[in-house]
Write a protein that binds this ligand. Structure first.
Ligand SMILES: [Zn+2]
Length: 241
């Protein structure tokens, strides 16, 4: 896959504008489309969620740096914990095999990890979790019944195998509270994290464009293409910073 381009100010605003009306899965694809302009969206939709998240971690590191400040509330005493997360440390090696096998009674189920396309396609199903499992499973031979169906009793085994095949899709780390001693595990959702940053960065950029366009009548693009130090210098001269 081509090299990721860091998100420059114009791309941050484009991501924010497009992502406003999107859900998490689509937002992730929007961000990758901006970072990998030469790669078809379809191709990115077929990456596993872990492959997608690895790219998003890299994109965040290239765009805003490798250290992600995190703020979490202690579930026990509600104390606020602030700590930096080193994004490269969240990378998990991919397992050697892209597919696994789950046997359940007479069924032999070939399992693969889920992609963005699978998540989007199963989201509208009556039971999205079961629909997702069925998309990612091929029954090699069935004793009876519908060979495409995953028996409800096998669903947990299939889900566990899917998680094993794509560990990057579910990054967790342990936390403990200095105030009360509580210990718990938290999930790092790179899409949600990056989206919050895009939202706040976009608001900041919009305010800067607004102030400079009022003061100097420059175009939005001209202002966004300036380096940040230059934008800030003009904001100070215009009395807006
Ligand atoms: Zn606590």
């Amino acid at each position: 896959m081509a090299e990721l381009l860091p998100l420059r100010p114009a791309a941050v605003l484009a991501a924010w504008e497009e992502g406003l009306s999107q859900g998490s899965v689509e937002r992730a694809l929007t961000l990758l489309a901006l970072a990998l302009p030469g790669v078809a969206r379809d191709e990115m939709a077929d990456l596993s969620i872990g492959q997608r998240d690895a790219l998003l971690l890299e994109l965040r590191a290239r765009s805003f740096g490798p250290v992600a400040p995190c703020v979490v509330r202690c579930p026990s005493c509600q104390e606020t914990l602030e700590f930096p997360v080193q994004l490269p440390a969240l990378r998990v090696p991919a397992p050697a095999a892209a597919e696994g096998v789950v046997t359940f009674g007479d069924l032999r189920l070939r399992v693969r990890s889920a992609t963005s396309r699978d998540l989007l396609a199963s989201a509208c199903a009556a039971d999205p979790v079961l629909a997702l499992l069925e998309r990612c499973v091929t029954a090699e031979h069935a004793a009876a019944g519908d060979p495409a169906a995953v028996p409800a009793e096998a669903a947990e085994l299939v889900a566990a195998e899917m998680a094993r095949l794509d560990p990057q899709a579910d990054v967790r780390f342990d936390l403990s509270c200095a105030a009360c001693g509580a210990a718990w595990t938290t999930v790092f959702d790179v899409v949600a994290y990056l989206w919050r940053e895009i939202e706040s960065e976009a608001q900041r950029l919009l305010a800067e464009v607004d102030a400079l366009a009022r003061a100097y009548c420059w175009s939005e693009l001209a202002i966004l293409e300036m380096s940040r130090p230059r934008r800030l210098a003009y904001l100070r001269l215009a009395g807006a910073a």
